[in-house]
Design a binder for this molecule. Sequence first.
Ligand code: GTP
Ligand code: MG
Length: 556
Amino acid sequence: KRLSKLDSCFQRKLGISTAVTKTDTCNKKDEIEPKDGLKSFHSVQEERIEQAERSVLISCPSKTNENNFLKYLSRHGDINKCFFYESYGTYAVVEFVHKESLASLHQGTAIPTINHEATVPFKSRLLTLRQTGSVEMSSGKSGPLCQPQITIPMKDLILRLSNENSVDQQISSLTEMYQLTEENVCLRFLVCSLLKDIAAAYFPECKIRLFGSSVNGFGKLGCDLDMFLDLDSISGRNLKKLKAGFSLEYQTKRSVSERAVTQSILSVIGECVDQFGPGCVGVQKILQARCPLVRFAHQPSGFQCDLTANNRVAMKSTELLYLYGGLDWRVRCLVFSVRCWARSHSITSSIPGAWISNFSLTVMVLFFLQRRSVPILPTLDYLNKLAGPLDKCVIDGNDCTFVSDMTKIQVQDNTETLEQLLQEFFEFYGTFAFNRMSINIRKGQEQNKSDTSPLHIQNPFDTTLNVSKNVNVTQLERFVAVCRESAWMLQQQEFNAPRTNGDGTRAPWGLAALISPSASQVAKVKSRRAKKREPASERIKSLLESLKNKGKTASV
Ligand code: GTP
Ligand code: MG
């Protein structure tokens, strides 16, 4: 009964659906639904980590014959999955059925001898396939079929979207093209697992977990790899001490603070990644940041990696986003479209700065979906109430508890189309009272701002913090101006239906028009004009307003 309110596509996947009508517009939904369905975040993580531990990454000659290659490797055990991709050469990800096969594989693998160079004899699961003697590994003609690991270029995306027949289809197509593929997710977990092998040299029981967009359902092909070194399971702080008799403790090095310990661990592991980690290049230790990290590029996969430690809140917000993304198929579609739109207008950037981050933007979409007259998403307070005893989670004194079992969540019958939602998203934020109000997904309602930051998005797990503290007035104004411009564009006949060029090809329309470079030029001009037109008194009024609010909070 609880499931009956959940998305009908999910139900069908689970084999519990009722009749499917002809008018059902679910044809694209199957491709864009989260691959892991209603499984809890933790069970998906554990499964993927275990898969990755049975896998190896092999650099292959470009014309490797797939069949011969698999035959050769299956001497070590049965193979579950294998795929190829290109990144500075051809690589294969091979997943064995049993972990024991890796021991056999390692036994038959040599450390290379290279003239005039010495090698660090670190035996990892990143290997190179060499052709020796008479064994024919090459296919002679073309190489194996390679799975794409990056998104299509913007120009091609705009063309593809222009060829669709409705804005709804455009939004679904964009999601389909941008979202992480099954292979890309496997590769992400494998790279994380390879890194764990390095960290395990010091902390054998450690876990390295993925967080952020690699696993929250909103990741785009090519997004960075956020990793978190989890040492909590080692600490043994929860071991029960017997009342009488002896007990043993480890002798440990001590430091002044948790932060100092994190810094020293990341420093050593960063050094190790730099000196011993095959394929890891450009290692930077950014230990003075608010959240210390080690940044590097993993060349064989092409991933930009960030390794942090002691970052449990980020893990929790990742789980929350995963949950929200799984509740209704339209959530991910809208987030992908808004993120792509924001990037095309330089509202977001890959470099950190005074602009809105992808994370903030995602929270804004979630909030908007909570604010529909029939809400598409429930509030965090509601998710907190549904939590069971095992979901209890307190981090640094903050209650981060929410339900993990998606099937317990009742969602309401909202039937708005993606086009309506996108249009209304732009209208909602084009007219939002940013000067007075804060965005709060815990309550699902805007609240009076508690400080003077131009954009205030309450951190869901630490209500005293603002997720978008970095955003300045100029960037917020640009966001609002482009929202208004886009809302306007979507209403114009010229842009809201398929249109053709003189030569019969499609011209950018709908979502394609919104993200095409010319649209961003129009928006820039309009926003400059709007700025000129805005009377100084308006700006002063909003400044006074925020000062007044500040005064109020100070006096409370
Ligand atoms: P990409 O741009 O695709 O990498 O999105 P992302 O969600 O992975 O963002 P990013 O790599 O910047 O951050 C990784 C994760 O850290 C996010 O998903 C959040 O869980 C968390 N995070 C990032 N920025 C903030 C922030 O300002 N506040 C809080 N509380 N968490 C953040
Ligand atoms: Mg990220």
